[in-house]
Design a protein around this ligand. Structure first.
Ligand SMILES: [Zn+2]
Ligand SMILES: [Zn+2]
Length: 294
């Protein structure tokens, strides 16, 4: 049940992190603490603390609710030394100033977001490694689409985890209204997100579980899994949100289900002029279009 707790412990980081230090024979040491913080604001943001259990050092991801994030850190004796903005939107960067003032933390963001986010200390490009304390290593993925300067963070190892900002949501995908492009978002899904291991845990920037599952059922009325999930407590209560995996997303997220016959059929009901052969990209773009008005 670990993956379904608000505060989930992820065992296993890249063995190389431990080479010559702790060693992979001590699995108890190779733990990453992930604290998902529900802001309960109108935008339904999730903030995150990713913590090294050895040193108590923490990375705060999009800490808009800096008060809740700071309190959580203080209550647990953690020290926030870094802040990561997944992208430049205000509901992700709005806590930076207060958080930096309180902690002196370094600010990390996409290299190309530096002009739009004040005070970035470290500009990230694809493949950059971010270390937190001694036991946590995260890889920056360059994931354009929602905006063109968006990063996701990947924690690799036995229990991989993806911090995906507004690129991937539970049962959904980010919109492209404010600086993004749907075609780029499709590329990100097709060439990066869908290639990650099925067991990868998904930690998005907002809670849209309920709306997105309802969209799935609108497009795929016979999606039994989505229907079952809609009633679950972890979907209804973001304070104790169900933490998804990519395997689960592939079952209930239309943006990963581009070959579903039902989905293609209901798409043809809306767009009557679609060609006989529908490629995955077209399906994705049409879904994104429909979701805009949902
Ligand atoms: Zn955004
Ligand atoms: Zn957002």
């Amino acid at each position: 049940m670990i993956g379904f707790l608000r505060s989930a412990r992820l065992e296993g980081v890249k063995p190389s992190v431990y080479d010559g230090r702790v060693g992979i024979t001590n699995p108890k040491e190779s733990v990453v603490i992930v604290e998902q913080i529900w802001t309960a604001n109108n935008w339904r943001n999730f903030n995150y603390l990713v913590v090294c259990p050895e040193t108590g050092e923490a990375l705060a991801i999009d800490p808009l609710d800096h008060i809740k994030c700071l309190k959580k850190a203080q209550d647990n004796g953690w020290e926030i030394t870094q802040i990561l903005n997944t992208h430049e939107h205000g509901d992700h960067t709005g806590g930076n100033g207060a958080m930096i003032a309180a902690t002196g933390a370094q600010l990390l963001a996409h290299e190309n977001a530096k002009d739009r986010i004040p005070g970035v200390d470290v500009g990230l490009v694809a493949g950059d490694r971010i270390t937190v304390g001694r036991s946590v290593e995260l890889e920056a993925l360059d994931t354009p689409g929602h905006t063109m300067s968006h990063v996701c963070l990947l924690s690799q190892g036995n229990q991989p985890a993806l911090f995906c900002g507004d690129t991937l949501f539970n049962a959904g995908a980010g919109n492209c209204h404010n600086g993004g492009h749907p075609a780029e978002l499709y590329e990100t899904f097709a060439t990066q997100l869908s290639q990650l291991p099925d067991e990868t845990r998904v930690y998005p920037g907002h809670d849209y579980w309920k709306n997105n599952l309802e969209f799935t059922l609108n497009r795929e009325p016979d999606n039994v899994r989505a229907r079952e999930m809609l009633a679950q407590a972890g979907v209804q209560d973001p304070e104790n949100s169900l933490v998804s995996t990519l395997a689960l997303e592939k079952e209930v997220n239309t943006f990963f289900r581009l070959h579903s016959p039902t989905l293609i059929k209901t798409l043809r009901d809306v767009y009557t002029d679609l060609p006989d052969h529908l490629d995955a990209k077209t399906v994705f773009l049409k879904l994104r279009e429909l979701r805009n008005d949902w």
